[in-house]
Design a protein around this ligand. Structure first.
Ligand SMILES: [Ca+2]
Length: 407
């Protein structure tokens, strides 16, 4: 059944009785935060929850400047817009699923929508292939073996680049702090306020995709888990090597909805029960008590949970996934002049009112750390941004191939 036909058979208006999800910490451009925190230099106020009441006019210029600066080092990957084909190519790329061309409803205007998810709007996409699951450690290992690629987390941070992502005037951390590493979730022993990410994110020197929890950890027996501690640049490097690219945010959301229209989750409107095992998210009390009712404390092997309507796995939870777009909190509001938006590559620059100094790329889908009391980002409409150089123990990616038969 085509996506359009399937959509027409379903209600168009998202409805929900779920309580408004709480805007939590604004900061997910955390590489700088982690390093600064390790240097014991406090500027937590800059990362307080600011929601979206801030005046947009005064915040746009810094983000635009940062975005322009980053473009020099990070290729701005735009959606490929080519003549669409209407039928699925006969030979499927290995491990990929065909998403047919068509129109879908992106975002939500439902009563529980966060400001950055509004308004719902119509988007038309060409057809494309998308990975059925997140890129795994085994797949990333093949890339590294073939190319010798070294990830961002394995390289000494460059303060000149890093300081572009933190408030102006932030002091440089000590040299013994500016070492290769990444941000690792570390559960606190007791309950903590959920508006301070520094209580559970720890900068661990030596943490990287091969050592997800630090130098003494490994990916042994985790070959089918999603690769993590991957920066946006790392993800693009892999995609280029694989003959693919990162999905646009529109492609990612369309795929995640699995043909459903206006549903809160990839499986429908029913919230996940603690024992439902619909995706790899948090059960218990975040962030100190992980009951692991879904079977996993951290990442799970890909395809451990039921696929969505398109046959895609972990579009909700397990690890967050990079998209190619710049992140703007008002990206959807900017599109309202268009009745149907065609193959949107995303905004021209970045703007996050919570961290106006950081240019961010979009991440989607939530992770094993998401819980309704803290971050309900396993919803189909949920979206966030993070700085391109940030690797974290719950952040990975998957790839797409545009609407053409693979060579
Ligand atoms: Ca995921």
């Amino acid at each position: 059944m085509s996506r359009i036909r399937r959509q027409k058979q379903q209600a168009a208006n998202p409805t929900s009785t779920i309580t408004e999800p709480k805007p939590t910490t604004a900061g997910f451009g955390l590489r700088g935060v982690g390093l600064i925190a390790l240097g014991a230099i406090a500027f937590a106020g800059a990362y307080a929850v600011t929601a979206y009441e801030q005046k947009t006019e005064s915040k746009q210029q810094p983000a635009a400047r940062k975005a322009a600066a980053l473009k020099g080092s990070s290729e701005n990957v735009a959606a490929s817009v080519e003549a669409p084909i209407t039928e699925a190519p006969t030979s499927a790329p290995e491990g990929m699923v065909w998403i047919p061309p068509g129109e879908f409803t992106m975002g939500t205007s439902g009563p529980s929508a966060l400001p950055n998810e509004r308004p719902a709007h119509q988007v038309h996409l060409n057809g494309y292939w998308i990975d059925a699951h997140e890129v795994t450690n085994a797949e990333f290992q093949k890339f590294v073996d073939a190319t010798g690629y070294v990830t961002t987390a394995e390289v000494k941070p460059d303060w000149e680049e890093l300081k572009k992502t933190v408030p102006p005037g932030t002091p440089k951390p000590p040299d013994d702090v500016l070492v290769p590493g990444s941000l690792v979730f570390t559960a606190p022993p007791t309950p903590v306020p959920t508006n301070d990410v520094s209580k559970w994110w720890t900068w661990i020197p030596g943490a990287c995709w091969k050592h997800p929890e630090g130098p003494k950890s490994s990916i042994d027996n985790r070959s089918e888990h999603p690769v993590v501690h991957i920066s946006w640049d790392d993800a693009n490097a892999y995609a280029k090597w694989a003959g693919k690219r990162l999905p646009t945010e529109a492609e990612w959301e369309c795929a995640s909805r699995g043909g459903l229209v206006g549903k809160r989750f990839t499986w429908g409107d029913e919230p996940p029960k603690e024992s439902s095992k619909l995706s790899n998210i948090w059960q218990g009390v975040f962030p100190n008590q992980n009951d692991q009712l879904d079977g996993w404390e951290r990442t799970a092997p890909v395809k451990s949970y039921p696929p969505n309507g398109y046959g895609l796995y972990d579009m909700s939870g397990n690890v967050w996934e990079w998209c190619s777009d710049w992140y703007r909190a008002d990206a959807y509001a900017q599109r309202m002049a268009e009745k149907v938006v065609e193959n949107p590559p995303g905004p021209a620059d970045s703007w996050d009112p919570g961290e106006p100094d950081a240019a961010k790329r979009v991440i989607r889908g939530g992770s094993f750390l998401c819980h309704i009391t803290y971050c309900e980002s396993y919803r189909t409409a949920a979206r966030r941004g993070t700085t391109p150089d940030t690797g974290m123990s719950h952040l990975g990616f998957r790839c797409v191939v545009p609407d053409k038969k693979p060579q």
